[in-house]
Write a protein that binds this ligand. Structure first.
Ligand code: AMP
Ligand code: MG
Length: 344
């Protein structure tokens, strides 16, 4: 694809300037691509009702066309035009978690282009809570289809610099509002099945969803609920081989569950520069190991995770060893991202 000049506009994360947001909205109205901050990660936005703009998102990301996009809207009344059916469970979840990092998959109306849904009869929708995202949606006056603003399968961006590393020259504009508060993608739940099915663990853990809509089905490759998982801190994820590679740094990443394993891995390829993502106390392991200490609390860890991986990638390590957090539900999303990043 021909290189574009990617413009970067700084914008206040709390009170975005009208003129800046209006310029970005204008790019969207003309069919262009705008990376913008959300409370999860930076998104790569296009007018969701403009087929060719949506196709340009897939091209810029190198995203397989069979992977559908999330449609972002400004208010619940905008949802009606996009859906064929809006179940009571969707309404309850929307009332509880929107604006916020929860994506609802429901049956779609005919105005949603096939390009957005990858030809499915469902559409994924959410209202983001980041003031810049909301201002952009308000100014654009159209739903915005936005996957994460990274090249397909690579690390998700939580800063404008991360976006530029992967997409400079491929998109029109980046709205730079500093780091994303959440740092990890939205939780995606399918409400067309009974019980509703968790499609992607994210910033909202399963238990908070159960409190609103009762039982939900977890993917087979998810760890069991906290109540019976407390003794499984060293167990392997069931069938991690089922997980496709995603969210991955450019260097090999290996996940470890136990102290003994990580020592073996560290000593195995001495002479290589190793990035070490750890939940244990940081240790000084010399010049060949860059230790990146993760907070022992899920939300704080989510906020830091991609930034730490981007930093290790740019520091030129040969490989990354990532300790996994406990095998418990509140850690589901962080574990999911690390295990996927480790797939070959
Ligand atoms: P991202 O690329 O980071 O925006 O992730 C979007 C996620 O939502 C992916 O896991 C998609 O597969 C999922 N998704 C989007 N639309 C649908 C849909 N209609 N049905 C099921 N999953 C969807
Ligand atoms: Mg993504």
């Amino acid at each position: 694809m021909a290189a574009l000049k990617t413009e970067v506009l700084k914008v206040d994360a709390v009170a975005p300037a009208f003129e800046t947001v209006e310029r970005a909205a204008d790019v969207l109205r003309r069919g262009g691509l705008v990376a913008f901050p959300t409370e999860t990660v930076y998104g790569l936005g296009a007018n969701a009702l403009d087929r060719s703009a949506v196709s340009a998102v897939f091209l810029a990301k190198g995203r397989p066309v069979n992977n559908p996009l999330i449609v972002h809207v400004a208010a619940v009344d905008q949802v009606k035009a996009l859906v064929h059916d809006w179940p009571a469970a969707a309404q309850r979840l929307a009332e509880t978690f929107w604006p916020g990092p929860l994506t609802l998959v429901v049956s779609r109306s005919s105005i949603v282009p096939d390009e957005v849904t990858a030809g499915r009869d469902t559409v994924a929708i959410r209202i983001p809570s980041h003031p810049v995202a909301l201002a952009l949606l308000g100014a654009a006056q159209t739903p915005i289809a936005a996957p994460s603003a990274n090249r397909s399968s690579r690390l998700s961006p939580t800063s404008a610099a991360h976006v530029l590393r992967q997409l400079e020259g491929r998109i029109d504009l980046v709205l730079d509002a500093g780091p994303c508060p959440g740092g990890l993608e939205s939780t995606v739940i399918d409400l067309t099945t009974n019980p509703p099915r968790l499609l992607r663990p994210g910033l909202i853990p399963p238990d908070r969803l159960r409190k609103v809509i009762g039982a939900i089905e977890l993917p087979e490759d998810c760890p069991p609920p906290a109540s019976n998982a407390s003794d499984k801190s060293s167990a392997a994820l069931p069938s991690p081989g089922m997980l496709p590679k995603h969210y991955a740094p450019l260097v090999p990443l290996e996940c470890v569950e136990k102290e003994a394993e990580r020592k073996v891995l560290y000593w195995r390829d001495r002479g290589q520069k190793v990035g070490w993502l750890t939940f244990s106390a940081p240790q000084d392991l010399g010049d060949m190991v860059i230790v990146s200490a993760m907070p022992g609390e899920p939300a704080a860890c989510a906020h830091r995770l991609y930034g730490a991986l981007h930093a290790l990638e740019t520091a030129g390590v040969d490989r990354i060893i990532a300790e996994l957090p406990p095998h418990r539900e509140e850690w589901l999303a962080v574990r999911d991202r690390l295990v996927r990043a480790s797939r070959k």
